[in-house]
Ligand binder design. Structure first.
Ligand code: ATP
Length: 430
């Protein structure tokens, strides 16, 4: 874990939030490579679950919502964790994560109390009960409140789903384990609306789809396992929940989840808002409140599972190296372009030409002319760049039959191939 955190910081993937001020617990900032990686994850998800399907609709709802939303959903009353405070050092812990005495100073704990994890805020200039709102603790709220809008605009038939990617906030008592448990996170969620009698087939299909996405993102399949959540541990409205767990460096923990939530949410929002949130199962039939299957992913946990799966130490050409074995779709840099020598203007000019040509077609291309080729390879390996492209004297025509070809070196095998410049885009194709 320490190796992943330090590589992430050193190479510009993930930094501690507000670092120059000493940090803010539970917040992390994505750097230049991290934001590319994270965007690739979100794009892959959006493509698989929205754009490539006919039964899905995307939304991007406001983070601040009417406070009644969170009363209806049960979050105001029930979104809480048990909190204990050490009588001696005043540190706070989640009661279910500690035993007996304070792990910091061995002091005794006070009474367990319930701590609501929603961030409260004030909307507008007047203070008071009426102006309280919350930073959303999950993106699902903005999906349910747009159910009627989507139905009225698009007239979908059951089954269909609404998807959203966005920030969510939880005032976690004990944020920890790098980006695994944070206070500001990003979620990718689907609410899939079905006829009550058809929930099982939809649940099975989404179960497969969750694995398919994790595979496509480059999460090691052998490190993912399903935990069928027992009846007593499920939320009261859920009739079936599967947690997809991943072998993180600090143990096997929830990566994402899949829940059958019956008609709990839409019924609660009908009661809370007075709106009718119904749809007919078939034409001519009475509208009903549809039931819901909810696959819910955390972007940050997905990124951490990808980093964990990709982190590799091996030996190449007798030298040990560290590299990130990202798949091509997820890699933040798709290829790096080098002139063999930095001080030969004709090599640099040709390399610049290749770089610009590629960058127009594949934006995530990097330029590097620092140090020798071996060092550049190591640097690119460490950030998971699948290909390195070198422009050398043969490119310029020193060996006439190699004119306008370049060396393409493969990250995983170290193998080098001569590829015509004209074929590079298709060679790199993701
Ligand atoms: P946990 O039990 O680990 O607190 P949860 O069961 O409360 O998680 P859900 O409410 O099911 O989580 O949230 C859906 C997804 O959102 C989780 O599977 C996870 O990927 C992500 N997630 C939830 N809480 C956090 C957090 N504090 N930091 C990062 N990701 C989170």
């Amino acid at each position: 874990m320490e190796k992943i955190i330090s590589l992430s910081k050193r190479r510009g993937f993930i930094y501690q939030g507000s670092e120059i001020y000493g940090g803010l617990a539970g917040t992390w900032d994505y750097g230049p490579l991290g934001v590319e990686l994270k965007n690739n994850v979100k794009q892959l998800w959006w493509r698989m679950f929205v754009q490539e399907r006919e039964d899905m609709y995307g939304v991007d709802a406001a983070i601040l919502m009417h406070p009644e939303v969170w009363k209806a959903s049960g979050h105001v009353d029930g979104f809480q964790d048990p909190l204990v405070e050490c009588r001696k050092c005043k540190r706070r812990f989640r009661a279910d994560q500690v035993e007996g005495q304070c792990p910091e100073c061995e002091g005794a704990f006070g009474e367990v109390r319930q701590f609501n994890m929603m961030f409260k805020t004030q909307v507008g200039a007047t203070e008071g009960e009426g102006s309280i709102s919350y930073l959303r603790p999950e993106t699902a709220g903005g999906i349910f409140t747009n159910f009627k809008n989507v139905v009225d605009s698009f007239h979908p038939k059951l089954p269909f789903g609404i998807a959203q990617i966005g920030k969510a906030f939880r005032n976690e008592i004990a944020p920890r384990d790098f980006i695994f448990r944070v206070r500001e996170m990003e979620q990718m969620e689907v609410e899939y609306f079905v006829s009550p009698s058809k929930w099982e087939e939809a649940f099975d299909a989404w179960r497969e789809a969750v694995h398919e996405f994790n595979r496509a993102a480059g999460i090691s399949e052998s490190s993912v396992s399903e935990l069928e959540v027992a009846e007593g541990d499920r939320a009261h409205y859920s009739q079936r929940t599967i947690d997809f767990e991943f072998e993180f460096p600090f143990g096997r923990k929830e990566l994402c989840g899949l829940a059958y939530r019956t008609d709990f949410d839409l019924s609660a929002h009908e009661r809370g808002s007075g709106a009718t949130l119904r749809i007919a199962e078939e034409e001519g039939k009475e509208p009903i409140v549809p039931h819901v299957i909810e696959p819910s992913f955390g972007v940050d946990r997905t990124v951490l599972a990808i980093l964990t799966s990709a982190y590799t130490e091996d030996e190449l050409g007798g030298e040990s190296r560290v590299y990130l074995k990202f798949n091509k779709a997820i890699a933040p840099v798709k290829a790096a372009v080098f002139p063999l020598l930095k001080n030969k203007p004709e090599l640099v000019a040709k390399a610049r030409e290749v770089y610009s040509l590629l960058k127009k077609r594949i934006p995530q291309i990097m330029w590097d002319d620092n140090g020798n080729i071996g060092k550049r390879y190591r640097r690119q390996d460490e950030i998971g760049t699948p290909y390195c492209i070198t422009i050398d004297f043969d490119t310029l025509g020193e060996k006439p039959d190699l004119t306008d070809t370049v060396t393409v070196r493969d990250r995983d095998t170290g193998e080098q191939k001569r590829v015509p410049i004209a074929e590079l885009v298709s060679y790199l194709a993701v």
